[in-house]
Every structure is written in C-alpha cells, then in structure tokens.
Design a protein around this ligand. Structure first.
Ligand code: GRF
Length: 200
C-alpha cells in the first residue's frame, strides 16, 4: 500500500507516520512527500527518512491546475493508493480531487464541522468552546468539508493558551492520523455518501 504525504510546514504529522512505519506498526510505503515550500522543515524530515521529495514553488506556475497536473503524473508513476494531506496549506482543485476522491484524506485540528479553514485552534480558544479536537476526513472540493472518517476530542482547560492547546492537539493528531491510514491500508473503511463506516 503506497502513500504520498502532502505537507507545507514542520511536518510533525509526517514524522508520526514515518515513526509508525519504522516501528513496524504501520505496513505502508511512504513513496513521496509533496511540498509547496522548498525550505519547509518537513523536507529535512523526508530526507532523513529516505523518502523521495517533490517540491515546487506555486508562483512559478500559471495556475493551481498546472502544478497539480504535474503532481498527478508523479502520483501515477509511483502507483500511489492514498494521498495524505498533513498540513498542506493549499486549496486543491478537481485535477487531484476527481481521480483521488475516496483515496485522499486530510487532518484538521478541530472537531469539524466546527472551525474549518485556517487558525482552527485559535478559533476554538477565541470562541470559548470547552472541547475541541481533531478530524480526519476525505477531501472533496470544499474547505475541510468532506466525509468524516474519525475524530478525537481534546478538552480545553481554564486559562488555556493557544500554545498549550496546540501541543495536545498535535499529540491527538499523531495518534489518529496513523491509525486511520492503517484502517484504509487494511481496506476496513467504506464510504456511502457522507457516511463512513469502519470495520474494527
Ligand atoms: C496540523 O495541525 C494539521 O492539522 C494542520 O496543519 C498542522 C500541520 O502540522 N492541517 P505539522 O506540519 O504536521 O507539524
């Protein structure tokens, strides 16, 4: 089972996947990291782990569709079964969504449908909710709007800061994302409209 991870930043979720694979707890091959910021730390992590990297600078292309077409070819050549969006900070177009719908997931740091989009952790603190969490969902054409596969709740404490909450959100992500990848790789997830069923 071959996966490609898309990321733009630090890549702690990418690392969590690498760690589970290296420990023998996740039986997948990380065939490619796709990154839109050539200087992002996640690129260093991929090199250290021996994962091939495809980086690109969006401003060098005339449209999203133009660079996604090149990415799609990379994915096809490598026979990628699953795309994992782990902090990839770009809007995806139908060039990727259409061929990979049902085989492309994203991790988002809130309990969707609350707080989609950027700054989800800050939004939850500012709103004053007592509980937030993390969501892994299929990617569709919208913003954090696809069918939900799994969620994990995270309490918001009194006097919580964005920093302290971010640490616990990341810890929850690092458990949930490899777990969902395992379910998918074992073909235990089915999608029916918006309803996702996992056979445990
Ligand atoms: C994560 O919080 C993820 O939910 C969000 O972006 C962040 C990426 O963090 N979409 P990292 O690069 O994996 O450390």
């Amino acid at each position: 089972y071959r996966i490609a991870v898309f990321a733009s930043g630090s890549g702690s979720n990418f690392q969590a996947i690498v760690d589970q694979v290296q420990k023998g707890k996740l039986d997948v091959r990380i065939e490619l990291l796709v990154c839109d910021r050539p200087k992002a730390y996640v690129v260093e992590r991929a090199k250290a782990a021996g994962v091939p990297v495809f980086t690109f600078s969006p401003k060098e292309y005339e449209s999203r569709e133009a660079y996604e077409t090149i990415i799609l070819e990379e994915l096809r050549v490598r026979g990628i079964d699953l795309i994992v969006m782990a902090g990839y900070m770009r809007i995806i177009t139908s060039v990727l969504v259409e061929p990979y719908y049902g085989r492309m997931i994203n991790i988002h740091p809130s309990l969707l449908p609350s707080f989609p989009g950027v700054r989800a952790i800050e939004q939850a603190v500012e709103y004053g909710v007592k509980q937030t969490g993390v969501t892994v969902h299929y990617v569709d054409g919208g913003l954090d709007s696809g069918p939900i596969i799994a969620q994990r709740a995270v309490e918001i404490h009194e006097h919580e800061t964005v920093e302290s909450l971010t640490d616990r959100i990341h810890a929850a992500e690092h458990v949930l994302l490899p777990q969902v990848i395992r379910w998918l790789s074992e073909d235990r997830v089915s999608l029916d409209g918006r309803r996702v069923t996992v056979r445990l």
